[in-house]
Write a protein that binds this ligand. Structure first.
Ligand code: 3H9
Length: 703
């Protein structure tokens, strides 16, 4: 072999006397796609046949060591050589192999390192086995080699959490052998020399006997079943790790089968859709191009929402001027922000130093005029059009030219708000979700005249705030709340027609939602929906069956949910979390309303409930795509995953819709329409998809 050789497009080797270097260069993240696997296999075969080579050091070019298998290959026919085979070849290399980790060595990437004979990490790097987050398990030896190196407990923690482990911790646990500073190639050369000098020990992981404790495995399995009852892959992870007391060839067979079992599940497809969807929502022309600089943000309104938005900006290191009209409001806002930041510290999300730095960047003010120097204003006052218009009219006179004016409205017409200014191009909607410093969704609402750089700045801000920005067009409720309004009606009809609120909640929690809709209502405050129903009373569609009677009567009693101690459920003063007790008086209200309306209650199975609720959600989601409110189905899916607690393993409502199929959905809707032809109508887009056999995934591909 020549001193320097390009094995293929992504793998190169260098032979420098007794040292051979192998470099993986497959941007952006050096994923182990087919070319990497082929090239590595070839390189190891060639170097093992090169007489002078005494040690091989493997490193990666670019920003990171390999981030694992190429996820885009999943679901397609497998191509040889497989990663496990390549790693066995590396492990059995007669010449010692040392790997050099920089950036993030994840999944199959970390598994490559585990199969080498020594691991040197560059400070600041992280390692991890995040396969479980994709509905999988480490399928290239991670479940067998990590416990051999670190013991069971740490290996189970890493595999089940999918977390990225700082290399200092990995060193402490024995998963890496040395921490150094330097560039990957330099470190590779130095590490190889140390192997030759005998100052860096090498050993084969497969020859280490794993420490084994059945009680730890049993306790972990019980914990997994309780914590993630819907998920398949965590159980398979534990089963695979449990085989680490077998000879490695046998253990690897158990792991391989468990990996293939996971690969077949819809959960794997849903979670991988979520992985790519999170990235796809901002991979659009509207999110790219020039942006405006945002050095200081003004937030108008110190209520829960405004304070949450301010907290989010402060955590991201952006100074905030918080505006309220009266000093009590301002003090309340400051107190909420302080509480939010303290909460972030106690949850380990923020250091005390960063909390103090964030607080120092908060400038409270009672003067709207003080917004004259900010680059972006986010208005978060209550949802009343005339109030918003007045504020935006004032902002127009106060703010400097080029400042962006955003409304956090959750349903009002952004174009009408923009029209109250002389600069509608600078106006957009930035719809945060409560609690705004925690929830990752940001709907970026494009007005008719919103300038391209203003929209792109919205996406750039989402990234700085570590949020998932999704483009939405103007309509009542934008993407999420518009769909919610529709399926919320379905939940109300189910109760009106025979189900109990608890049955609806239980069925949907069994489906995977963290909380059923009645528990969510109690948490958010039932008065919010009540106010909306009263506000919309005059414009209500008379042909639409009214579904609010039960909730109205509950609210007339002053029962607004958790904050008043009762709603659909009872929350005694000691109530914190767990299973609340159903409110018996609500059952009486339900009976009375049904009697008043002459409704004979029907029996719904849990499956009926899920089918109707999910179909209602899909119907409105399809319309939102059809009329362009959302750019693509995947945008709707990400809104629901990041803003509405939709079970991530189901991928989102329209990914889930594809698992049912358009034809089956049309048949369902037509059957339900026999009961209520006004509510249950087939969207044209769904009918067309049923006719031509296409899917929402096809629409995503069309972009
Ligand atoms: C596995 O390894 C299975 C094995 O156990 C067994 C096999 C037999 N594949 O996130 P970013 C793309 S399962 C393909 O924006 P960052 C990503 O889509 C795998 N593509 O950057 C994006 O593309 P685009 C276990 C991938 O700096 C671009 O790279 N590994 C992969 O914020 C940049 O990504 C994981 O689960 C991939 N594996 O974060 C790791 N990874 O520009 C998954 C990324 O077109 N990856 N892309 O939108 C990550 O966690 C992050 O990407 C990482 C970088 C932390 C690496």
């Amino acid at each position: 072999m020549a001193d320097g050789a390009q094995v293929n497009d992504v793998i190169s080797t260098e032979v420098l006397g007794e040292i051979a270097l192998i470099c993986i260069d497959n941007p952006p993240v050096n994923a182990t796609g087919l070319a990497v696997r082929e090239g590595l296999s070839q390189a190891f075969a060639d170097l093992n046949a090169t007489a002078e080579v005494k040690v091989i050091a493997l490193y990666c070019a670019g920003r990171t060591f390999t981030a694992g298998a190429d996820i885009r290959e999943f679901g397609k026919p497998p191509r040889q050589p497989s990663l496990p085979d390549v790693l066995n070849q590396i492990e059995q290399s007669a010449i010692p192999v040392v790997s050099v980790i920089h950036g993030t060595a994840l999944g199959g990437g970390f598994e490559i390192a585990l199969a080498t004979h020594a691991r040197v990490a560059i400070k600041g790097a992280k390692v991890g086995l995040p396969e479980v987050l994709l509905g999988l398990l480490p399928g290239a030896g991670g479940t067998q080699r990590l416990p051999r190196l670190t013991g069971l407990s740490f290996a189970l923690d890493v595999i089940l959490s999918g977390r990225q482990v700082p290399v200092a911790e990995a060193l402490d646990k024995g998963a890496v052998d040395r921490l150094v500073e330097g560039a990957p190639r330099d470190v590779a050369l130095a590490a190889a020399q140390q192997v030759i000098d005998g100052t860096l020990a090498t050993r084969r992981t497969d020859l280490i006997e794993a420490e084994y404790d059945r009680a730890v495995l049993d306790a972990t399995l019980a914990g997994v079943r309780q914590k993630t009852p819907h998920l398949f892959s965590p159980i398979k992870c534990v089963e695979a790790v449990a085989a680490c007391n077998l000879p490695i060839t046998e253990g690897l067979k158990v792991e391989r089968q468990a990996f293939l079992d996971c690969m077949e599940t819809p959960q794997r497809a849903g979670l991988i859709h979520a992985f790519f969807g999170e990235r796809a929502v901002s991979n659009i022309a509207e999110a790219k191009g020039p942006t405006r600089d945002i050095a200081k943000i003004g937030v108008i309104g110190g209520g829960t929402m405004g304070s949450g938005i301010a907290t989010s900006c402060l955590i991201a290191g952006i100074p905030v001027r918080l505006i309220e009209v009266a000093s009590e409001g301002l003090q309340r806002g400051i107190a909420t922000i302080t509480k939010n930041l303290d909460g972030a510290v106690s949850r380990g999300k923020l250091s005390s130093d960063k909390r103090d730095a964030a607080m120092a960047m908060l400038e409270p003010s009672l003067q709207m005029e003080s917004l004259s120097d900010v680059d972006l204003v986010i208005e978060a006052v209550f949802e009343q059009m005339d109030v918003k218009k007045e504020i935006f009219g004032k902002l127009d006179t106060i703010c400097k030219p080029g400042a962006i004016l955003a409304s956090n409205t959750s349903y009002l017409d952004v174009d009408e708000i923009a029209a109250s200014t002389s600069r509608p191009g600078d106006v957009l909607g930035l719809h945060f979700f409560s609690p705004a410093h925690v929830m990752r969704l940001l709907e970026i609402v494009q007005g008719k005249q919103t300038a391209a750089d203003v929209l792109a700045t919205g996406f750039a801000l989402a990234k700085r705030l570590k949020k998932v920005g999704v483009l939405a067009q103007v309509c009542d409720g934008f993407i999420g709340n518009r769909i919610l309004a529709h399926y919320g009606l379905c939940a109300a009809y189910l109760v009106l027609d025979g189900a109990s609120p608890q049955q609806v909640d239980r069925a949907l929690e069994d489906f995977g939602f963290a909380m059923g809709p009645h528990k969510v209502g109690d948490l958010a405050g039932l008065d919010i929906g009540w106010m909306t129903r009263k506000r919309k009373a005059e414009t209500r569609d008379p042909a639409q069956r009214y579904a609010g009677d039960i909730a109205d009567r509950i609210c007339e009693n002053g029962w607004f949910g958790r904050k008043t101690g009762q709603g659909y459920y009872l929350y005694d003063s000691g109530y914190d979390s767990g299973a609340p007790v159903p409110n018996p008086e609500v059952a009486e209200i339900i009976d009375a309303v049904r009697a008043d309306k002459g409704i004979t209650p029907q029996d719904f199975t849990d499956d009926d409930i899920v089918d109707r609720y999910m179909t209602a959600m899909i119907v409105e989601a399809a319309r939102v795509v059809e009329d362009g409110t959302a750019k693509r189905p995947v945008d709707v899916d990400m809104v629901f995953l990041f803003g509405y607690g939709f079970p991530r393993f189901r991928g989102g409502p329209l990914h889930y819709a594809d698992t049912i199929g358009a034809a089956a959905l049309v048949a369902r809707i037509e059957a339900y329409a026999a009961e209520d032809a006004h509510y249950w109508q087939v969207p044209d887009i769904l009918r067309k998809m049923a006719a031509d056999g296409s899917t929402f995934a096809d629409l995503n591909k069309e972009g």
